[in-house]
Design a protein around this ligand. Structure first.
Ligand code: SF4
Ligand code: SF4
Length: 218
């Protein structure tokens, strides 16, 4: 190696070193884009769309919405879900199917979300709790329904009677005001009217009275 090549090599090395140090120096003063986990656990923001763990929400009465229909189990492409049902007798004495165990394997799931979409009762959802790592594979088998939980009964509501709009009564005018009806024998269509009008009138003494006949006679 000639002396000139030796000097040229040192120059290239120093130039590369300074270039690298310039990048380090620049990043040292710029805003940090990386986060230190787990120190930032409390301030960590995970997207709502992140699918981590399949859960079955329960309310304050330890009730869920799963009817044990098994649709999620049948739609799961890799057999991650196992729905075990049981027969229970309700208050009316009728036997019906209820959920016994809703089992989900964290280690098998591909987080495709098909089970959530296909559930007709919206009984299961994915949360975004990403810390699912465990040391024992058995802990990846989750039972989604809580111990002692039961199906949330739909409240029976009595349908309200439909409101019929009441039209305001039209104002009576001379033209529309009803005139006293004059009952003419033989013109009434009501059997009751006919009976009343056509019936011979009796006087208090019990004799038949007939005004027309009397007038004609006079
Ligand atoms: S997300 Fe997909 S793979 Fe996982 S349990 Fe649901 S259907 Fe099965
Ligand atoms: S989670 Fe939904 S689809 Fe699955 S068994 Fe329960 S009600 Fe049916």
């Amino acid at each position: 190696m000639s002396f000139s090549k030796y000097i040229s090599g040192i120059y290239t090395g120093l130039k590369s070193l300074v270039g690298g140090m310039m990048v380090t120096w620049k990043q040292f003063w710029s805003k940090k884009v990386t986060m230190e986990y787990p120190e930032n656990r409390k301030t960590l923001v995970i997207s709502d769309r992140w699918r981590s763990e399949l859960i079955m929400p329960h309310d304050e009465n330890n009730e869920h919405a799963c009817t044990a229909c098994g649709i999620c189990m049948r739609n799961c492409p890799n057999g991650t879900i196992n729905v075990i049902s049981k027969k229970v007798v309700n208050e009316e004495g009728k036997s019906r199917v209820a959920l016994d165990k809703h089992l989900w394997d964290y280690g098998m799931c591909t987080f495709c979300n098909i089970c959530v979409i296909s559930c007709p009762s919206n009984a299961i959802i994915f949360n975004n709790d990403f810390e699912g790592a465990v040391f024992d594979r058995e802990k990846l088998h989750h039972q989604l329904n809580h111990p002692g939980s039961k199906l949330r009964e739909k409240k029976k509501t009595v349908p309200a009677a439909p409101k019929t709009p009441v039209a305001p009564a039209p104002e009576a005018t001379e033209a529309t005001r009803p005139t006293p009806s004059v009952v003419t024998a033989g013109t009434s269509t009501s059997p009751a009217d006919n009976k009343t009008d056509n019936a011979p009138k009796t006087s208090p003494s019990g004799n038949l009275s007939n005004e027309h006949t009397d007038k004609e006679n006079n």
